[in-house]
Design a protein around this ligand. Structure first.
Ligand code: ARG
Length: 335
């Protein structure tokens, strides 16, 4: 971009001002206008004045063979009921058993000090698939043995928004639609054009969710700091004029620069809105964390999980008690 970043900040400030004044501005965790909370999680909460588009915004369709490390993380209970439902987040395979994704995809809401993460049995990871709701012979499904969310994940600032998903089995390299992506160990240069992928949100049964991709340039760190007060562990990428961005449901997915995993889709204000680029976890900042966490994983173990686990977990113990009570009352009333 030829405009100096100071000017861009000015433009951005004027713009956000106008947006706030007109009641348009929406943050992922505090809504300034619409009175609802638009969480960075994937609950259906995005009903602001900006229409949040259902997929990577401004992108194009690709096939999984072009990005064989891309996976989707799904809620197992929904996934087992209807294939294609339950999308939570994206992720990227970084080894034969480890997927890198975002911590906010797995954090128990409002858990602070220490932050708690959901158990591994609730999730399933799908690799080698272009369509969210269609499996073919290259599609591989994995249960999860362990989820390691960053212990300093901050649900307010979304700092340290990184998690490792330890698969309950090895992915096989025999399929050419499943591969790992190497980690970027150095910070990206400003202006580097990187790629993002994702399926975005799929809410309607049978609706096709085809994998999307979009190019996003790495923005000047001072510009990112000025817009979002970003620390070094986060970076921002995208277009100041808007139009192309990641969106809800893409979180956890990779930001790919020069064929390496440089970022993790984390958050943004709205999607593809002018003045608000996407925010990503800076992977090069977390390489040591990734390596040390990987070293704690026990590669000799597999969890024994039967396929009914997901459904059983979907039935809450409370509901079981209420049912028992209802039966008892019916029995007592001589029915
Ligand atoms: N937090 C969103 C999710 O959970 C992804 C947000 C990315 N947003 C953006 N404007 N770049 O899927």
């Amino acid at each position: 971009m030829d405009i100096p970043w100071q000017l861009q900040v000015l433009f951005q400030m004027l713009l956000s001002w106008t947006l706030v004044a007109n009641g348009h501005l929406e943050f992922p965790f505090l809504s300034l206008s619409t009175g609802h909370t638009s969480s960075p999680h994937n609950e259906p909460s995005d009903a602001g004045k900006f229409v949040i588009l259902p997929k990577v915004v401004g992108g194009y369709s690709i096939t999984i063979a072009q990005v064989p490390f891309q996976v989707s993380v799904r809620r197992r209970s929904m996934h087992e009921r209807t294939y294609g439902l339950g999308l939570i987040c994206g992720g990227a395979l970084i080894s034969q058993r480890v997927v890198c994704s975002a911590a906010h995809c797995f954090a128990v809401n409002n858990s602070y000090n220490p932050v708690r993460f959901y158990g591994p049995k609730l999730f399933v990871v799908v690799a080698g698939s272009t369509q969210i709701d269609q499996a073919d012979r290259n599609t591989k499904e994995y249960l999860v043995q362990q989820i390691i969310g960053h212990s300093d994940y901050n649900a307010t600032t979304l700092e340290n928004d990184i998690a490792l998903i330890f698969l309950n089995g090895y992915v096989s390299w025999s399929s050419k639609t499943v591969r790992a992506i190497p980690l970027a160990t150095k910070a990206q240069r400003e202006g580097t054009t990187c790629l993002i992928n994702g399926w975005g949100k799929v809410t309607v049964v049978g609706k096709s969710g085809s994998l999307q991709q979009a190019p996003v340039p790495i923005l000047n760190p001072s510009l990112c700091r000025a817009i979002y007060l970003l620390p070094m562990s986060q970076l921002c990428a995208g277009f100041m004029q808007g139009g192309i961005d990641a969106c809800q449901g893409d979180s956890g997915g990779p930001l790919i620069c020069d064929g390496q995993l440089a970022g993790i889709i984390s958050w943004g204000v709205g999607c593809a809105d002018p003045g608000f680029p996407g925010v990503y976890t800076n992977v090069s900042y977390f390489v040591d964390w990734i390596r040390s966490m990987n070293a704690t994983l026990d590669y000799s173990k597999y969890l024994v999980m039967d396929s009914a686990d997901g459904r059983r977990l979907a039935t809450s113990p409370q509901r079981t008690w209420w049912l028992a009570l209802a039966f008892l009352l019916i029995a007592l009333s001589g029915g």
